[in-house]
Design a protein around this ligand. Structure first.
Ligand SMILES: Nc1ncnc2c1ncn2[C@@H]1O[C@H](COP(=O)(O)OP(=O)(O)OP(=O)(O)O)[C@@H](O)[C@H]1O
Length: 224
C-alpha cells in the first residue's frame, strides 16, 4: 500500500532561552493510504509538533519527511501550498475559521483555492455534520461545537488524501462526538483518506485502526 506520509529519523527540538528542549528524537513513521491512526501521549510530549511537521508549519531539525512519496527536504512555500490545497485537510485546536464569512463560504474556501465547485460531497458533509440549518450564519456567532463541525467540513470538502486532526471532537458532546468519529471512519473507508488524529479520549482512539503513543521523544506503535 502506498505511503502518504513517511518520517525518516526526524528530530525536532525548541530553544527556550539558554536551554534546548528535545521533543522528537529520530522518529521513523509511515502512514499508508487509508490508514487511520490515533496519536496519544502525555501533555507536552510533542503530538501537535508532529502534526505541524507533517503539515509543513514547522521544519525538522534533521531527518526527512516524505509526502505522497516525495521528499519535502527542498520544498519551497509553493510546494507546501500545493500539497495542502490538493492533499491535506487539517482540524487543529484553533479552528482558524474565516470570521467575515458565513458557514458555507468557510467550507467552500479550500475548494475556491483550486477552482473547484461546491459538490454533492459538500452537501453530504453538511448534512452529516448537522450544518444545514447553520449554512448562512456568520461563523463568529456559532458555539465552539458548531465551529468545530464547520472546521471538520472545511477540512474534508476537497477530499484530502491525508487528514490531520488535533482533538477534533474536543468541543462536542458525546453523541455528536461519536457521530463525527463514525463519519471520519466512513470517509477513510470510502475515499481512502488517511487520518492521523491526536486524542486524549480512549473512546475516540478506539475508532482508529492503529495507535501511536508518543513519549519522551519516541513513538511506540500498536497495531490492533
Ligand atoms: N514553537 C515553539 N517554541 C518553543 N517550544 C515549543 C514550540 N512548540 C512546541 N514547543 C514545546 O514542545 C513541547 C511539545 O509541545 P506540543 O504542543 O507538541 O505537545 P502536545 O503533546 O501536543 O501537548 P498537549 O497534549 O498539551 O497539546 C512542549 O514542551 C512545548 O512547550
Amino acid at each position: 500500500m502506498a505511503d502518504v506520509a513517511k518520517l525518516n529519523q526526524v528530530t525536532k527540538g525548541f530553544r527556550d532561552g539558554e536551554q534546548y528542549h528535545q521533543v522528537l528524537q529520530a522518529v521513523d513513521l509511515q502512514i499508508n493510504r487509508g490508514d487511520t491512526v490515533a496519536l496519544t501521549g502525555p501533555s507536552g510530549s510533542g503530538k501537535s509538533t508532529l502534526l505541524n511537521l507533517i503539515a509543513g508549519f514547522e521544519m525538522p531539525d534533521s531527518g526527512e519527511i516524505l509526502l505522497n512519496q516525495a521528499s519535502t527536504s527542498h520544498w519551497q512555500d509553493k510546494d507546501w501550498s500545493h500539497f495542502r490545497r490538493h492533499s491535506l485537510g487539517v482540524v487543529f485546536q484553533q479552528f482558524n475559521l474565516l470570521t467575515p464569512l458565513n458557514v458555507k463560504d468557510n467550507i467552500a474556501f479550500p475548494l475556491s483555492l483550486t477552482a473547484q465547485p461546491w459538490s454533492a460531497w459538500c452537501d453530504y458533509l453538511v448534512e452529516k455534520l448537522g450544518l444545514l440549518p447553520l449554512l448562512h450564519r456568520q461563523v463568529e456567532a456559532l458555539s465552539g461545537g458548531q465551529q468545530q463541525r464547520v472546521a471538520i467540513a472545511r477540512a474534508l470538502a476537497h477530499k484530502p488524501t491525508l487528514l490531520l486532526a488535533d482533538e477534533p471532537t474536543g468541543n462536542l458532546d458525546d453523541v455528536s462526538g461519536k457521530q463525527v468519529m463514525a463519519l471520519l471512519c466512513e470517509l477513510a473507508q470510502e475515499s481512502q483518506t488517511s487520518i492521523l488524529m491526536v486524542t486524549h479520549s480512549e473512546e475516540c482512539a478506539a475508532f482508529m485502526q492503529k495507535r501511536w503513543h508518543l513519549s519522551q521523544g519516541t513513538v511506540a506503535i500498536y497495531e490492533k
